[in-house]
Design a binder for this molecule. Structure first.
Ligand SMILES: [Zn+2]
Length: 199
């Protein structure tokens, strides 16, 4: 029985450390005082200045996980210093897992190395200011799987849309849980050459 009590303490503490460290990404972009002019959640947003400002905001929230995660980490270290404690160990494992996932790059491509990378922001800004290769007039928008031309749906940037910090249609609880589990990533994969339009 003692073993199971310790094990459940460990698991709860790990979950808490994990949860606490991922909270900024869910909370911070959604509680800003000056909300930006973006279309509501499931609709694809246009590539404009508000969107780029919003991504800069989320990028800050994403990296805020590291200072946030230091709280359960230090708490866990203090607890382990006092006495062997499964709670302290769980806090250390849960928070350092998220901190490590922030530090270790996902991909060699600089744009995919981290979610909300500066390269992605530069690319979006380039699409915003430059003229388009396909149509003379277009309002590029970010569909689930890529940035596309509004006139001919030509793919301008093959990058699945991550969470953009808008209030989600799937509700506060499920929406937040989903963002936490996916850590801001998109569920859709990068584009296949022949992708059916599902708007
Ligand atoms: Zn076009």
């Amino acid at each position: 029985m003692d073993f199971f009590t310790e094990l459940s303490r460990l698991i709860i503490a790990m979950f808490f450390g994990w949860f606490f460290t991922r909270i900024p990404l869910v909370i911070l972009p959604r509680i800003s005082i000056r909300s930006l002019d973006l279309v509501d959640h499931p609709n694809p947003p246009e590539i404009n200045e508000s969107l780029i400002l919003q991504i800069l905001r989320i990028r800050r929230a994403y990296w805020a996980s590291i200072p946030f995660g230091l709280i359960p980490l230090v708490l866990g270290i203090i607890m382990l210093n006092q006495s062997p404690s499964s709670v302290g160990f769980g806090l250390i494992v849960g928070s350092s897992w998220v901190i490590l996932s922030r530090i270790v790059p996902f991909d060699l491509d600089p744009m995919f190395r981290f979610p909300y990378s500066m390269n992605l922001i530069h690319e979006l800004n380039r699409i915003r200011v430059e003229s388009f290769p396909c149509c003379s007039s277009s309002n590029p928008f970010w569909a689930l799987d890529s940035v596309r031309c509004s006139s001919c749906h030509h793919i301008l940037l093959d990058y699945p849309r991550p969470d953009l910090g808008r209030s989600r249609i799937d509700g506060w609880l499920w929406g937040s849980l989903r963002v936490m589990i996916l850590d801001g990533h998109s569920l859709s994969e990068s584009n296949m050459p022949t992708n059916a339009e599902e708007e």
